[in-house]
Design a protein around this ligand. Structure first.
Ligand SMILES: Nc1ncnc2c1ncn2[C@@H]1O[C@H](COP(=O)(O)OP(=O)(O)O)[C@@H](O)[C@H]1O
Ligand SMILES: [Mg+2]
Length: 267
């Protein structure tokens, strides 16, 4: 893939995306175009607007202006439910699991958030509903296995170590069978070994599931490794600062300057 722009029609495109919170312009004419199957990094200093971009894509926040297009179709104004049906799911910077439910239940719940049978069918336990339930049980276990959590299926989510909760969030986001997966700082709070395992996991699910992935991440080693054959968008003050492959980004004087104040980013 060319390191500058996707050659095929973008699966997701942001055009001049802008949002104001009171007097603060958190996202300022931000542009992004992601090709189907691409794994794109989104980085920038704290407060740059990265999470807000995810909140705009998922319509948790409403854009002040600009366009959010999936395969050329406007997504602005669709409910989160409808977005889920379009195939966009996400993880959160601050983990949002149900801590008192088991790992298995957290994943299974997301499969059920898009049930393929009616309440009536479930009530009278028609064979179709029963079969679907068996299928979703198997799928939940399979997803837990994919993220390496099969041994913890019946552990309470809140009792799991932090790194495993992040993996569980990924399994939960995958449960909706998305086409686009948005990962918000999946390596946050992880040590170096956990980061390496996470890189392998994300690479494996990217390659095996054919997802398009946009990943916000603060750990530079994680971003540079995962995006080594693709592109990284750098945001500053809500706007595009730079876009390119890892080498290009690491040597960009403007990017280096933007990060100088953030010692934890300098690896
Ligand atoms: N709901 C909100 N209301 C007001 N300001 C917000 C809101 N959400 C985000 N912001 C502001 O938008 C800016 C970007 O925040 P955020 O997207 O969380 O940054 P990042 O994820 O890059 O660290 C920050 O100045 C933040 O305070
Ligand atoms: Mg953030």
């Amino acid at each position: 893939m060319d390191s500058q722009t996707p050659s095929s029609t973008p699966i997701l495109e942001l055009r001049d995306l802008t949002v104001d919170f009171g007097g603060v312009r958190a996202v300022n004419s931000f542009n992004m175009a992601v090709a189907p199957g691409e794994l794109v990094g989104l980085i920038g200093p704290n407060g740059a607007g990265k999470t807000t971009v995810f909140n705009l894509i998922t319509n948790a926040y409403h854009a002040t202006s600009g366009q959010i297009l999936m395969e050329g179709k406007n997504l602005r104004g669709l409910s989160p439910d409808r977005l889920c049906h379009r195939g966009i799911s996400r993880t959160f910077q601050n983990i949002r699991l149900f801590p008192f439910m088991t790992a298995y239940e957290n994943v299974e719940l997301s499969i059920h958030s898009a049930p393929q049978y009616s309440l009536f069918e479930a009530f009278v336990r028609l064979p179709r509903a029963r079969r679907k339930q068996q299928e979703s049980r198997a799928r939940a276990h399979q997803l837990l296995e994919t993220v390496g959590l099969e041994k913890f299926a019946h552990a309470r989510a809140g009792s799991l170590p932090y790194g495993l909760q992040r993996r569980l969030e990924i399994a939960r986001a995958m449960a909706a069978s998305p086409r686009i997966l948005l990962l918000d700082e999946p390596a946050a709070g992880m040590n170096e070994d956990e980061c390496k395992d996470l890189v392998n996991l994300i690479r494996q699910i990217h390659e095996s599931q054919g997802y398009t992935i946009i990943m916000i991440e603060h750990h530079m080693a994680v971003v540079m490794d995962l995006c080594r054959r693709s592109r990284i968008y750098v945001m500053q003050l809500g706007a595009n600062l730079a876009t390119g492959g890892p080498e290009q980004i690491q040597n960009d004087p403007q990017v280096i300057k933007a990060y100088l104040g953030e010692r934890k980013n300098v690896h």
